[in-house]
Each structure stands twice: as structure tokens, then as C-alpha cells.
Design a protein around this ligand. Sequence first.
Ligand SMILES: Nc1ncnc2c1ncn2[C@@H]1O[C@H](COP(=O)(O)OP(=O)(O)O)[C@@H](O)[C@H]1O
Ligand SMILES: [Mg+2]
Length: 198
Amino acid sequence: MPVPDKRNELRRHFRHERNNLSQAQQTFASEQLLMQCCALTEYQNARVVACYLAQDGEIVLNPLINDAWLKGKTVCLPVLHPFCKGHLIFVHYRQNSKMQTNRFGILEPKLNACDIVPVAKLDVIFTPLVAFDDSAQRLGMGGGFYDRTLAPVTRHEIPLQIYGVAHDCQKVSSGLKNEKWDIPMHKIITPSHIYSHT
Ligand SMILES: Nc1ncnc2c1ncn2[C@@H]1O[C@H](COP(=O)(O)OP(=O)(O)O)[C@@H](O)[C@H]1O
Ligand SMILES: [Mg+2]
């Protein structure tokens, strides 16, 4: 079977798995995930973090976002780049940010030039994913948005930490075959484990 079909088959399977979680399991998972993140010195020391608003069964980051706000960290969310197709911009997200729905039906802060945070200013970025393996490889929804946006920075020695976050049920039993454009995650964080890039 050609590689893209295999990736799409995995996406279908793991999207189904995460959507099957109950509301109680989702809530418990996001609280456990917060505890995992709070134990990481990279998160403790981070001044600017990029999160996302969950959809399609993705692990919910709202407890983490609230924690970051309480600790005075700057929280950013991804916004579809208005000119550069397939790329993301990170925008400062506040409790009173004006929001709008993008073409994928995902809420994002209204784009305002003053609120744009360059990727190089981020300390930690939490990316959603569809599936991962125990060497911290990431399979996304298939748009390649994070791959494109983060490709320039992963070629430089900058301290940005790129973490994938997911439910435990999103782990593949055998290794994912990554493609040359897939950006490596430093860690994958789940409610019960932290997997590091090997
Ligand atoms: N840095 C990049 N430059 C150009 N195209 C890219 C880049 N990264 C990914 N893509 C394209 O995006 C598409 C989706 O990437 P893929 O890794 O399968 O998605 P995802 O990371 O969301 O799982 C691929 O067809 C790939 O060619
Ligand atoms: Mg990819």
C-alpha cells in the first residue's frame, strides 16, 4: 500500500479512538496532562507558550491555558496565515480576545498585527496530533501546517521546545514512518507518560 494511504488509514483509526472517549475521560485526561506539563522545567520557565483549542476529540488544553494565564505567561494560539497558504501565525490569546471561526470551523483570535508573536519568541509550543510513537514521532491531521510553519526554526539552534500532546490511546504500537518534511517533536506528553525524541 502506498505511504499516503497508510498515513490516512492511521488518521482515520486514531481520530475515531480519541472521539470515542467519554466527557469524563476527556476531563480527567486534560487535568492529568496539566500535571505532567507543570512538572517540566521547560514549562515552568517558559514565558511564552503556544497552545490550541481542541476539536475532533483532541486532548483539551484549557486547564493548561488557564494555568499559564494564572502564572503570567503569554499564551498564543495558531491562526491560519492569511497570505501564506498552509502556514500558521501565532497570536497572543487573552481572556477577552475577540474570536472568529476559521475555514476549518476552529475558533481563532481575530488577527491583529499587534498581537502577532514571531515563532522565535515562543518558548514552548504544544501541538495537537492524531497519532504518535514512543520515539516522539508525530502524525498530524494531514495538512502539514506545523511542519511548514516550524521547518525554518528547526534548522536553527534555538531553544524553542516543540511538544506533541495527546491521549494515551493515540500511541501506535509499532513505529510511525516519518517523512522528510515531518518536524521532530522534542517530547510527546500524554496524561500518563512523557516520550522523548530518540
Ligand atoms: N515544509 C514543508 N514544505 C512544503 N510542503 C510541506 C512541508 N511540510 C509538509 N508539507 C506537505 O504537507 C502535506 C501534509 O503533510 P503531513 O506531514 O502528511 O501532514 P501532518 O503533519 O498534518 O500529518 C504533505 O503532502 C507535505 O508534502
Ligand atoms: Mg507531518
